[in-house]
Design a protein around this ligand. Sequence first.
Ligand code: ZN
Length: 330
Amino acid sequence: MNANAHVGQLGLGALLLPSQATPDSAADVPISNLVDSASVLAPAEAAPDLNEIAVSSRFYPGSLNSPPPQDLVLVTTDQVFFFVQSAVLLAASRNFFANCIIPQRLAAAAARGQHEITCIHETSIILNIVLHAIYDFPCEQFGPTNHNLIATVDTLAKYGLSVQTYVTSPRSLFNVLASRIATDPLQFYALAGHHDLYALASRASVHLVGHKASDIPMPVAERMGPIYLNRLLALHQARQEALKAILRAPPAPHPPTDACGADGHAALARAWSFVAAYLIWEMRPDMTTISLELTVGRLSRDISCPLCKTSFHARLAEVIAAWASVPRCI
Ligand SMILES: [Zn+2]
C-alpha cells in the first residue's frame, strides 16, 4: 500500500464523513455508526470491515476541543481511524506528513463539509505514538513496548518530523523514553546515538558505566555510531583513570610511637597498594561507593594500631568522596 493512498483509491469511496458529524445525505455514513467504541484501538490484525471500524480513543471526533477543526481522518493499516487537525500536522511536518496530506484535497473536502480521509502506511500503535508526540500528549497509558517507542522515533523523519524537536525534554515522547531507559539502556543509548540525542544518551550512559565495551554487539555499536561509541568508551576510560588516581596515595603515616613505627607504616602502605591494585584490576566502572567501601574497608580489620586505623579511615573517607564525585555519564 502506498503511504499516499487515499480511501477513495482503495475502493472505500462511499465512506464520506460530514465534518460536523451529522449526515446530510443517504450516502453519508454518520460518525456514530463508524465508532464502535471510543475507548479502544483496533487489534493489530483487525480485518478491514466498515461495520466494525475502530476509532482512536484519543483522537476521536470532538476529542480536540479547541480549533483548528478535526478535518482530517488518518486510517492505519490495521483500520483504526484517527481524527486529527490537518493544520497541526502540517505545522509539525516538513513534508506534508509523508505527503499524505494534500492541501487541495483538504480544501475540496472542506468545501463539501466533509473530512478528508487518508490511508497511512503505518500501524495504529506507531501512528498513535507519533500523534501523541506531535500533540505532546502522554502515551504511557497505552503501554507501548520499548520496541514500539524506538520504532516510533525511527519513523519520525519519514513524516517530516524533527527528532530533535520531539525527543527533547520536557516533551512527552522524551519523558516516556527516559522512563524506559533503565529497562534496556544499551538499546536506548544506541537510539540516542543514531539520532544524536545527547540528553537521552547521557541518561542512558549512567546505566552503562558497568557495561563492558566488548559486550556491545557490533550492530548496536554501528547503530549508535562512532561518536557516541567513543563517548561511552571515553567515559569508561575516564572512570578507570579516576579510580587509579584516587587510590594511588596510601593512608598518611602518623608520628612514630613505641608501638608503631616505620615498619608498621610500611606494612599499611603495602596492604593499601595491594588492595588498590586489586580494585583497579577488578574494577568495573559501575563500582559503587558502597562496594568500594566494603572492599577497602576490609583492610581495617587487620590494623591493630589505633593511629594507623584513624589514618586509614580518614583516607578511606577521602577515597569514597572522590569516587562519588567522578562523572557517571557522558
Ligand atoms: Zn600505626
